[in-house]
Design a protein around this ligand. Structure first.
Ligand code: NI
Length: 200
């Protein structure tokens, strides 16, 4: 049974989740948390289209996946995500599935293991896609700048992490999308090598 999606049927639920997340990350002056959540949401909707899954759970988990990120928020037991799910009245079963998907994507909670549910695997792919391609390059250097990293150190991150992500995708759609983004990373490194005259 293909249980797909409800992004359109649950439009009101999804738009209120978007507003909640926008508000939640508004203290983040660079708007990065919200922008990232929206890109992950869009990636997740695209991937969900080709998978058997509960697309409402996918959409909510994608939007809320960083809502309790310990690097940004000091919350316990997914309190921010739960506040939205309770207030929106999604029902305890859906709420638990959303929380489970979120926790399976969180590196601190799941240590990068493959999520057990389709919804978790989709959101993990969606999150990883946002780390590669043009967006991945922009994010790497934005992070590097904010943390005083040199160009070299940022490029090291490409080799240690970003170039490995293409082979870690769970779904066929994400594998396809990752291939293009991966080629773009490689092209960027080749161009950088040409311009700097140094092996990248
Ligand atoms: Ni994320």
């Amino acid at each position: 049974m293909k249980k797909n999606l409800s992004v359109s049927t649950n439009n009101k639920l999804i738009s209120s989740a978007i507003e909640y997340v926008r508000e939640l990350f508004s203290g983040n002056s660079d708007g990065h948390g919200f922008d990232h959540a929206m890109r992950v949401y869009r990636n997740a909707v695209t991937i969900a289209d080709g998978e058997e899954c509960d697309a409402t759970v996918v959409a909510l988990a994608a939007l809320l996946h960083d809502a309790d990120d310990p690097k940004i928020f000091d919350t316990r037991d997914n309190a921010n995500a739960r506040t939205f799910l309770d207030d929106a009245g999604v029902g305890p079963e859906t709420a638990e599935r959303v929380i489970r998907a979120i926790n399976s994507v969180s590196f601190s909670k799941n240590r990068g293991k493959t999520p057990e549910t389709a919804e978790g695997r989709i959101v993990q792919d969606a999150d990883r896609l946002d780390a590669i391609g043009a967006v991945g390059i922009a994010r790497t250097f934005a992070y590097g700048g904010a943390h005083g990293r040199s160009l070299e150190e940022s490029v090291k991150h490409f080799h240690e992490k970003l170039l490995l992500l293409k082979d870690m995708m769970n779904t066929e759609t994400a594998k396809r999308l990752a291939a293009d983004r991966h080629s773009f990373l490689k092209a960027f490194l080749r161009e950088l090598e040409k311009e700097t005259g140094e092996k990248q």
